[in-house]
Design a binder for this molecule. Structure first.
Ligand code: EPU
Length: 338
């Protein structure tokens, strides 16, 4: 384990923001975790645990120790007639894992193709796309309490998964270091095809033929057509969460804007499309220096090159303000702001 000082975080956040950490360490093994737990630098500093840095905006330098989890490996630990259980290192790239599942005909993760990030941080975030959330394929995880050194297994219930959140995102942020995650994949296909234009895209790509590889290709195609390639343009995907409102609130907006994009969740609960609201406020494609709103998806804020964290943050505040003024809705960031 090699703790570096005054280290640039630019390579470690997909917004490509230049920020510095007082201390920075990458962990690749259990031995590294134990060395860290026993180190004085850990005891005397604030800690931030990161994975792929795909959902973080650094507005300031980090006055403390940034811990990047970088362990690797996928291992089959159990199998029965219906399911296969895979233990995956938290530092493994999420999409490489999805690809592995698809290539082996293990079903359940395919709709989550091409989401940037590491396995551990995807759990923190309970990532979701095209009608599927990570919790649907989650079985259990092993984490270390970095302050006490205790090793704990969290089952699905203990993780308290919700829309884009888990116990690790809110209550215990950077207390637990997620080391490995066990996923339960199905050996039988049971595709989720109801979201948006998935069915039409399958039809276009392959006619009536459908298998897990085709579904992955379709999901990748849709994502590539709407979301920026983070190797070319800095971003953290959706910047805001879709807000949940009561029927009355939904109806009040619908009266004024009959075209509102919203989804009924249950009787008195509606999910509103934040992208639609931001779009309606005229932000799509707007650019201020190197900070901008992506031209194909209004929920995505981008760094075209050398935007600072503050510039991205200020733009997000302006967007929040205009959505509040127009719809009386307070958008909440999905991205973690440091
Ligand atoms: N829309 C607009 N303007 C836009 C974009 C979208 O009006 O600029 C409307 C369209 O009517 C569209 C609807 O909003 O049909 C929904 O858009 P989209 O399918 O792109 O989904 P989203 O709700 O904006 C969520 C996730 C994405 C995920 C997609 C697909 C959140 C915060 N975002 O976006 O996740 O890929 O659904 O399932 O829930 C991410 O979390 O980083 C992310 C990209």
């Amino acid at each position: 384990m090699n703790i570096k000082q005054n280290h640039s975080l630019k390579k470690y956040n997909t917004f490509n923001i230049e920020a510095k950490a007082d201390y920075f360490v990458e962990l690749s093994s259990e031995a590294d975790v134990f060395s860290l737990i026993n180190s004085d630098i850990l005891k005397n500093n604030e800690i931030l645990i990161i994975g792929g840095g795909c959902n973080i905006l650094f507005v300031n330098d980090f006055k403390g120790l940034v811990v990047k989890v970088a362990n690797k490996g996928i291992e089959k630990i159990k199998e029965d007639k219906e399911n296969v259980y895979l233990r995956v290192a938290a530092g493994e790239d999420w999409d490489s894992f999805v690809k592995y599942c698809v290539n082996n005909n293990y079903y359940g993760a395919e709709n989550l193709s091409l989401i940037p990030g590491c396995v551990g941080s995807c759990v923190v975030q309970n990532i979701g796309a095209y009608g599927v959330e990570l919790k649907n394929v989650f079985y259990e995880l092993t984490a270390y309490d970095i302050f006490s050194g205790d090793k704990t297994v969290f089952d699905k219930q203990k993780c308290e998964f919700g829309y884009r959140k888990s116990i690790f995102k809110n209550k215990t942020f950077s207390k637990y270091l997620i080391f490995s995650v066990v996923f339960k994949l199905s050996k039988k296909q049971n595709f989720v095809l109801d979201y948006g234009n998935i069915k039409q895209e399958i039809e276009k790509l392959s006619g009536s033929k459908l298998n897990v590889k085709i579904l992955r290709d379709v999901v990748c195609k849709i994502r590539n057509s709407k979301l920026p390639d983070i190797t070319q343009i800095g971003s953290a995907g959706s910047f805001f969460k879709n807000p949940f409102v009561s029927f009355d609130k939904f109806f009040e907006i619908k009266k004024k804007y009959p075209e509102i994009v919203a989804y009924k969740i249950k009787d008195n609960l509606y999910k509103l499309s934040a992208a639609w609201m931001v779009d309606k406020c005229g932000w799509k494609g707007k650019r201020f220096g190197d900070a901008g709103v992506y031209e194909k998806q209004a929920l995505v804020i981008v760094n075209y090159g050398n935007a600072t964290g503050k510039e991205i943050y200020n733009l997000s505040k302006e967007i929040q303000k205009s959505v509040f003024e127009k719809f009386n809705i307070q958008l909440q960031p999905e991205v973690i702001i440091i």
